[in-house]
Design a protein around this ligand. Sequence first.
Ligand code: KG4
Ligand code: ZN
Length: 334
Amino acid sequence: MSRKLILGIETSCDETAAAVVAGGSDVLSSVVSSQIEIHQRYGGVVPEVASRAHVEMMIPVVADAMVEAGVEPADLDAVAATVGPGLIGSLLIGVSAAKSLALVWDKPFVAVNHLEAHLYASFLEEPDLPLPLVVLLVSGGHTMLVLMEGHGQYRLLGETVDDAAGEAFDKVARYLGLGYPGGPVIDELSNQGDPHAIAFPRAMMKDGYNFSFSGLKTSVVNHVRKNPDVEAADVAASFQEAVVDVLLTKATAAVREHDAVGLCLAGGVAANSSLRERALDVAAELGVRAFVPSRSMCTDNAAMVAAAGWWRLQSDGPAPLDQGASSSLRLPTL
Ligand code: KG4
Ligand code: ZN
C-alpha cells in the first residue's frame, strides 16, 4: 500500500472540511467547520448562505488541516475534492479551491464522488475490510443499499423513492419544533421515550430493497395533530424505531441474498445510536462482521474524501483541471 499523502476537501453541503490522509487510511488531520449555527435560524440549509460561508472558511480550514498534520504543500501527492452530488454553489467553492491549490502546488487534482467518499469512511478505521460488503448509506440527501464487491465496484441494490432517511429525521424534528438538524435531537430525545408507544407504518417492507419515508413523516404529523398531548419523546422514539426497523430489515435481506461477509453503515444517519447498536446485533445474528465508523466519520468530513481520492487516484489517475461540479452526480455502479 502506498503512503501517498492526500489533501481532501469537502464542501458539498453545510460543512467546510479539509483533511490530510496518508496511505488512504492514516488520518493526520481532519478539520470540519460546521455551519449548523448559521442555518439553524432558518430551520434548514440555505444554499446561498452556505456558499458564502464556504468562501470564508475554505482557506482557514485547509491551513488548519495542513498545520495539524504537520505537512508542507511539497509533501502532498494530490489534492482531492468532492465534485458532487450536493449543493452546486457549495461544491464549486471546494472544487475551485482544490483545483487552484493543485495548480499552484503542481500536484494532481482528484475528483471525488461524495457518496463514494461516505462508503470509504469505514476504510479509514478498517483499511482491510473484507469484501463483498453490504453498505447501508443513509444521509440527509441519500438512502441506498449498496453491494460493494471490490474497490470502485458497486451494485446499487435499492434506494429511496422519495425522502432520504436523514431528510425524514429533519422534517419530523422541524414539525415537532425540535430544531435543525433533526437527527441528533431525535436520537437524544428518543432515550426518554418508548419506541413501541406508537405503531408508525413500515413502508415497502416486502418490496425489494427500495425505501419510502415520506408516508412515515405524514403519519407522524397526523398522529400529533390527532393527539396534541402526546409525549414528544414517545413520538421521536417510535418514529426512530420505524426508520431503523425498515433500514435493518432490508440490509439483513441484502446480506443474506448476496452472501456478503460484512455489513457497513455510512452517512450522517449512521451516527444514530439505535441504528448503530441494532446493526451490531443484526450482524452478530447473521454471523458477519459489522463496521460502524465513528460518529465524526459518518457525518460529512474530508478524511473520507481523501480516502476515496486515494483509491481513485490509483484506479483512474488525476482529473483534468477543467473538471466541473455536478449537483446530481450518481454513484458509479456496475
Ligand atoms: O452525511 P451527512 O452529514 O450529510 C449529507 O451528505 O446529507 O448527513 C446529514 C444527515 C442529516 O439529515 C442529519 O439529521 C442526519 O444526517 N443525522 C442523524 C444523526 N446525526 C446526523 N440522523 C439520525 N441520528 C443521528 N444521530
Ligand atoms: Zn454526506
